[in-house]
Design a protein around this ligand. Structure first.
Ligand SMILES: [Zn+2]
Length: 334
């Protein structure tokens, strides 16, 4: 519909510039897995409020207004201290509290098997433990909203049944679970898959592998990393098409190298190298997080999946917010 000239509202101009009122609004981006950004490693036990603030400022510049700050496998004491430190920052800074609307805990209840453990320290992996989770959740102020587990550990189904709720989403990842173990996890309340297509060895049996076993489960929401390195664009397209409508979310799994120049960075204890858009431990084929920005993720997904930008954006914003029951602001969007 076109407004006629008389009905068209007038807008102030200054020195010949017109303020465009019609900048479209879109839901802000919401990243559910982000380990660091703009040179700042969120795993750092000495992380300062200033550094976190700077990283969040840089994320905000990409149109991101909400994230689940992600902590990866570490000793329980260390994780507890990190959560307490982060909660103090959230209590002091409304900006940090608003941006970091919760946490994603990825480990230590993952597979220690080589390839499946990815960049996580295998020696710290163990069976899930409800008392340990409660201790961490208390330190996190009840804000662990997403928990990645490998359901092949004994006691996983009981653990998932005790923890899963609208407040804590259980996601399967870094796993080599059998079909029966996936069945049990779903029955117990697991609803998501962490970075489907990753967190497993580079080479797998062609059919009998955990990617196929998880991809086949319509009950599970698949989280995908659209950086072209974690999943080649053609595989991303296949995964997307294999899922029922509304069952795909996008995330960066970004670490400190994202939004920063190529070079050496840390993710927890691991030193990694960011080069040519890929982050790896030197000499390793395994990826160690991404250097993808959320905005680039949306653009990549739209192009590679052949879908409108608004649809790609919904999987990185509105639908993520719906899963976690979090309000998302609208922002101006070019
Ligand atoms: Zn991972």
């Amino acid at each position: 519909m076109q407004l006629n000239a008389k009905a068209r509202p007038r807008f102030p101009t200054l020195a010949g510039f017109c303020f465009h009122p019609a900048m479209p609004l879109a839901p802000a981006l919401f990243d559910l897995q982000i380990n660091g950004y703009a040179g700042v490693d969120f795993q750092d036990p000495e992380l300062t409020e200033n550094h976190l603030h700077n990283a969040l400022d840089a994320l905000q510049a990409t149109g991101t207004r909400r994230l689940l700050l992600t902590l990866i496998t570490d000793q329980l004491d260390a994780l507890e201290n990190k959560f307490r430190r982060l909660e103090k920052m959230r209590a002091r800074s409304p900006f940090i509290a608003e941006m970091v609307c919760g946490y994603h805990l990825e480990g230590p209840w993952l597979s220690p098997e080589e390839g499946y453990r990815g960049a996580h320290p295998g020696e710290l992996m163990c069976a899930p433990d409800l008392a340990a989770f409660k201790r961490l959740q208390e330190a996190a102020g009840g804000n662990i909203r997403l928990l990645t587990v490998a359901p092949e550990w004994p006691g996983s189904a009981e653990f998932i049944a005790a923890v899963a709720s609208p407040r804590v989403i259980i996601s399967l990842g870094h796993t080599n679970a059998s079909e029966a173990q996936i069945d049990d996890a779903i029955r117990a309340g697991a609803t998501m898959v962490t970075h489907l297509g990753n967190g497993c060895p580079v080479t797998l049996p062609r059919h009998d592998n955990v990617i196929q076993r998880l991809l086949a489960r319509d009950e599970l929401i698949a989280c995908l990393i659209p950086d072209g390195a974690h999943i080649p664009p053609y595989a991303l397209r296949n995964f997307f098409r294999a899922k029922p409508p509304g069952k795909v979310l996008l995330t960066t799994d970004a670490m400190a190298a994202a939004g920063a120049a190529p070079g050496r960075y840390r993710i927890g204890r691991l030193e990694v190298e960011s080069r040519d858009g890929v982050v790896r431990a030197p000499g390793s084929a395994n990826l160690a997080g991404s250097c993808l920005t959320p905005a680039q993720g949306v653009a990549n997904a739209a192009r590679w999946l052949g879908i409108p930008v608004s649809e790609a954006r919904a999987m990185f914003s509105k639908r993520v917010a719906e899963v976690f029951g979090i309000d998302l602001p609208m922002i101006e969007f070019r």
